[in-house]
Design a protein around this ligand. Structure first.
Ligand code: AMP
Length: 314
């Protein structure tokens, strides 16, 4: 039996299904989670299907999670989408269910769950959810299609990043055929507020380039407060527009004085470096952490070395 068929059987078996995603949810986390929830609701109207997780500012239009009481977990099937490792799962109660399924597209460095469907070749977890539905001949409503399409657009940078495959475009075409408003979704994903536009201006003004074409930007609390922005999601891809830049990092100060590292790359593989800093992710899009500002200089040196090695070999 295929894993897709096994997952289908588990969905049929359980009356209550609780779907989790990763912390700091992005469009693919929300799209895959919400899309899967909608598909199950549409195809099994008698089941109770809920989604769990903290809202992401600026993405509430995409999905708002349900209020879920602890008791609901007792006899529930729990499915986690788009989350590579257990510490990143939003809401620890995922452990309280009866059976756990992982569905993801990150490298499977931390396998978990009683059953797992992981495809690192997929552009996004939303693409995997579409394939799962198709494999089991489940109908996909416009609401589900909008969520999945948004997830794919989010993780492929509107079909620009190299995770985009011919299959990704075929999936997007089939989602579009349901009659969803793709233009509206594309625009919504691309939209920035005036405050975010000012943060973008700050980013371009203050971005530093190392000797070997790695770029980095430190975003401290002060500038975020001054501009009234609380998220760097809309500026993380900007350094990639610059021809001189090979790979880059946003080094974002957190409320507790630690730093979130957001790493991106055009070609040099950066997820190994992310792993050195308590993180991980995809070869060209990763995240990690720095306990304090004291580690920034060393991190930048290592990022420069990644770029230098790539230049030497290519
Ligand atoms: P971000 O910069 O937060 O958008 O993250 C980019 C990619 O790296 C995402 O696919 C995340 O799943 C992954 N990632 C981010 N932070 C971490 C972390 N602390 N540990 C493992 N993977 C991460």
């Amino acid at each position: 039996m295929t894993v897709a068929a096994e997952i289908f059987n588990k969905i049929k078996e359980y009356q209550t299904i609780i779907i989790h995603r990763h912390q700091n949810a992005d469009p693919d986390a929300l799209g895959s989670q919400g899309g899967l929830a909608e598909i199950i609701r549409d195809n099994f109207p008698d089941k109770k299907v809920v989604t769990v997780g903290k809202d992401t500012l600026g993405l509430k239009w995409l999905l708002q999670a349900d209020e879920v009481l602890d008791e609901l977990y007792q006899d529930a099937l729990v499915i986690v989408t788009d989350t590579a490792n257990t510490p990143r799962i939003d809401d620890e109660r995922y452990l309280k269910g009866k059976y756990l399924i992982k569905i993801d597209h990150h490298p499977d460095d931390d396998p978990y769950g009683d059953l797992s469907l992981v495809n690192p070749e997929a552009s996004s977890c939303s693409e995997i959810i579409f394939d799962l539905a198709q494999a089991n001949q489940l109908k996909i409503s416009q609401k589900a299609a909008s969520l999945l399409y948004t997830g794919i657009v989010g993780d492929t940078g509107r079909f620009m990043y190299d995770c985009t495959t011919p299959h990704t475009l075929k999936v997007a075409a089939q989602l579009m055929q349901t009659g969803i408003d793709c233009t509206k979704i594309n625009r919504k994903i691309d939209e920035i507020s005036l405050a975010e536009a000012k943060l973008a201006a700050y980013a371009y003004q203050n971005l530093k380039l190392t000797e070997h074409r790695a770029a980095y930007l430190v975003v401290n609390r002060q500038i975020m407060t001054e501009l009234g922005v609380n998220n760097t999601a809309k500026i993380v891809s900007l350094p990639g527009k610059i021809s001189e830049v090979l790979c880059w990092a946003l080094i974002v100060e957190q409320e507790d004085g630690s730093y979130r590292l957001r790493l991106r790359s055009k070609q040099p593989v950066i997820n190994e470096l992310a792993k050195e800093y308590d993180g991980g992710g995809h070869p060209l899009a990763s995240g990690a952490k720095l306990p304090s500002a004291a580690g920034i200089e060393q991190f930048v040196t290592k990022l420069d070395q990644v770029a230098a090695k790539f230049m030497e070999e290519n």
